[in-house]
Design a protein around this ligand. Structure first.
Ligand code: ADP
Length: 597
């Protein structure tokens, strides 16, 4: 909890990983600006001296300037000093402007790179697909927290620059008057401690903002996704109240954080004003000259800015710590590939996929989802997998896609263990059609072209025709260029399925996986798609997850799963005759009972 500033800054630099040139350039420019500003203030001493000639006589610093300015004729001294001050101010501001540019450039660059890393690691084909469960967290990390890391980086730069500026000013103060500096330092030390005390809860406040933001994001996302459900249950008021409570929570947490950020500013200004009063009193007691006191106060007044910034940046950095930790944790958790790709590329799928004694459990303490499953999926044949809900059918698909590896046993493709294959090359050979169709909010054409990004328009149209989609697409307002709306909301279920089939046809997979693809459709659409599928699937390797046994009559073999085990396998007619589990399920279904548990 009680991380020091240095720990935080180092952690932040590690996560932000700014370009190598940026940190030295920003600090160097900041220091240059500080020196130029110090020079401006220093030049004010002889300027004031020249105006009130002789008042500082006797001061050591006054003598130094007298020696320095000796070569300049006394009637021109004021003009020369004014010109020097203006030049220094112009230079200082030019350097500061350049520094702002470099700092913002670096901040933007860091946020951009972090967003790319988070996104790349999220969509990586080797990531644990169950990360999907935390979608809104990822969105929050991607959109909000990455920005905060770059703001934190800029804060660290500003802090370093301000500390250096203060050091320059401190040397200046010491050279003007050691006793006054001692008084000022003592006072500043006490006020810094008080500000620290007032803002020590900043880190906790920052953390609760991150947590609340995630809760809020989740509610927002869920509500928008569940609009039809909310309306059909007339739960608008209930949802509104839930949303309102979370939104209000975020509002108060952010307010608390903002107020903590705002504490150091006014406090340090009050302390600074009190300090000036104290210094004037001390100065008059010590008999300090007017020019020296004025210069001392001017430097001190200018020093207020960086000191205030140091105090607020420290608080801000404490609150941003939670964002940095969030991004760092996400990048760390998704860094190592969940599934490691092999290197082999099969020229073609030739003989069979073999599941050999495959067992799988989703988590160490959970029961086996698959228990020593062995069977073969021959090339060019139709294999149906049947079983009650929860029997392990989808898990087989998960393993086939290599979203997960078996806990024990192995899957061989033409004799090669799946882990030895290049994972992206392998997945390109598979295509899954399920009742849940995912379409992008783009044109019909680009949705189909997702199957092959280089496909020519004629090829896309041909695929659509095979899928039985060409006619209705042509009848749409802009034909293939029609925007299909969010998740294809402007299309019927059957139309969405046909577009998905066209996309699959364009992809031209070696192995077609069907997961109750036509279950959610009316019988007319279903038989149309079934016909298109039958034609397309002829002669291909097909694996069907079938809930309705009528659709498995044409299968070359049926694998019957029960509680993660293969209890039967063989051609459907043979299984029916043997009066085992398949025959029982068949009897149940055709006795009009659903076999879904
Ligand atoms: P089916 O597709 O036949 O309905 P599944 O393969 O989905 O069956 O599920 C097999 C078993 O694995 C079930 O007991 C289910 O609860 C469990 N299971 C499925 N998916 C997960 C998951 N993501 N995490 C943990 N357990 C899971």
């Amino acid at each position: 909890m009680s991380l020091t500033f240095l720990d935080r800054a180092i952690g932040l630099l590690k996560v932000a990983d700014p370009p190598r040139w940026s940190s030295p350039s920003i600090v160097a420019l900041g220091l240059l600006a500080a020196f130029l500003e110090g020079a401006t203030l220093y030049l004010f001493i002889p300027l004031v001296q020249s105006l009130s000639a002789g008042s500082a006589a006797g001061d050591q610093i006054g003598h130094q300037f007298n020696d320095l300015l000796a070569p300049i004729p006394s009637d021109r001294r004021v003009a020369v000093l004014v010109a020097a001050v203006i030049t220094a101010v112009v230079l200082k501001n030019a350097v500061s402007f350049l520094n702002t540019y470099v700092t913002r450039l670096t901040g933007g660059h860091v946020a951009h790179r972090l967003r790319l890393r988070v996104f790349e690691q999220t969509i990586s084909s080797c990531i644990d697909y169950r990360v999907q469960n935390k979608k809104t967290d990822i969105v929050n990390t991607l959109t909000t927290e990455t920005w905060k890391v770059s703001s934190g980086l800029i804060l660290v730069y500003r802090l370093v620059i301000c500390v250096c500026t203060c050091a320059v000013f401190l040397v200046l103060l010491l050279s003007i008057s050691i006793p006054l500096t001692a008084v000022a330092l003592l006072f500043l030390g006490i006020s810094a401690a008080m500000i620290h005390l007032a803002t020590r809860r900043a880190a906790g406040a920052g953390k609760s903002v991150v947590v609340e933001n995630k809760r809020f994001g989740l509610r927002m996302w869920e509500s928008i996704n569940a609009l039809p459900l909310i309306r059909s249950f007339s739960r608008e008021d209930y949802e509104f109240t839930r949303f309102e409570a979370l939104s209000e929570n975020v509002h108060w947490r952010i307010l608390k954080m903002d107020m903590l950020w705002a504490v150091p500013g006014p406090l340090s200004e009050i302390f600074a004003t009190a300090l000036i009063g104290l210094l004037i009193l001390t100065g008059s007691m010590l008999g300090t000259g007017f020019a020296v006191l004025a210069a001392f106060l001017a430097v001190l007044w200018r020093m207020q800015g960086p000191v205030r910034e140091i105090m607020s940046s420290k608080v801000a950095l404490d609150t941003l710590g939670a964002s940095v930790a969030d991004v760092a944790e996400y990048l760390e958790a998704t860094k190592a590939p969940h599934i490691k790709s092999g290197t082999k590329r099969l020229p073609a799928f030739e003989t069979a996929i073999e599941f050999r004694e495959v067992s799988f459990r989703y988590a160490p303490h959970e029961p086996l989802a698959l228990d020593r499953v062995s069977f073969t999926i021959p090339m060019g044949r139709n294999t149906a997998i049947v079983g009650r809900s929860g029997a392990g059918k989808s898990t087989l698909m998960t393993l086939l896609y290599r979203f997960e590896d078996p806990t024990s046993g192995e899957i061989l493709v033409d004799g090669t263990p799946l882990p030895e294959l290049d994972i992206r090359d392998w997945r390109k050979r598979l295509s899954l059609m399920s009742q849940e169709v995912r379409l992008f909010n783009e044109t019909v054409e680009s949705n189909i072209a997702y199957g092959d990004l280089d496909a020519a328009p004629e090829v896309i149209r041909k695929a659509a025709a095979v899928a039985g989609a060409d006619d209705f697409i042509r009848a749409m307002p802009d034909g293939y260029a029609t925007e299909i709306g969010d998740h294809g909301m402007r299309l019927s279920g059957g139309q969405r399925q046909r577009i998905a089939l066209a996309r699959t046809i364009l992809r031209d997979p070696d192995i077609l996986l069907l997961d109750e693809a036509t279950n959610a459709l009316d019988s007319e659409s279903e038989s149309a798609i079934q016909d298109a599928l039958d034609i397309y699937a002829r002669g291909r390797t097909v694996v069907v997850i079938a809930h309705r046994l009528a659709t498995v009559a044409d299968a070359d073999q049926v694998i019957v799963l029960e509680a993660g085990r293969v209890v039967e396998s063989g051609p459907p007619a043979t299984l029916l005759r043997s009066e085992g589990q398949f025959a029982r399920l068949h009897g149940l279904q055709f006795g009009k009972m659903s076999m879904r548990g």
